[in-house]
Design a protein. Sequence first.
Length: 217
Amino acid sequence: MQPSKAGKIAFKSARSHNWTAERVERLGTPEVQQLRENAERLGDAAVVALCDAVLEARPKAGTKRAASPGARKLARRLISRSKAFQARGVYLADADSGWCGVRMPEGAVVMSLWGPAVVSSEGSCSQLLWAPNVGGARPWSDTAAGQERLKHCKLALERGACEGLLVYGEHFDGECAEHNARSVYGADPECVIHCRVELRGAEYWAAWGAKSPGRAL
């Protein structure tokens, strides 16, 4: 994925006080390389050092396993998450942190499902949607985005069903979830999962009966 024109402009005007290791880490590799080039041209050694540290920690292109034909085909048809939701009649209030919405006027709940986190067993599939922040283990659950997810989980539980959009990407070490994403590749517009939301203890899960359509990238 090539950096957008807007991204290039932001990089050109960037200074070290605008960039942190966490922010650089969330960029795709081409974007980190673009940021480094512009920082070097501007003489911003701090940003150059941040980019070097992030690039050094990532797998080198020559060591990556070749993607399967199925994975390459899937990657070609992925679209942005916001566009995938719009195709289902839902317009996210925040395209960056919104992962669920309600289609009006019927009130159908539409949620994103993080493809790498789908659990498949004996022909049925499930994915954890929300769990309480017990002992500080899940701080995201207490954020505005986490509370929005909880609200939509409760609504879907009452309705008995929801629609799921499979989103693919790469997550940081730790929890395999969209809010822990290192990068988001996009959503599969050709796959809409009709699932139910189940309350398992204090956790909300999406579950469906067919074999997982998710494929690893």
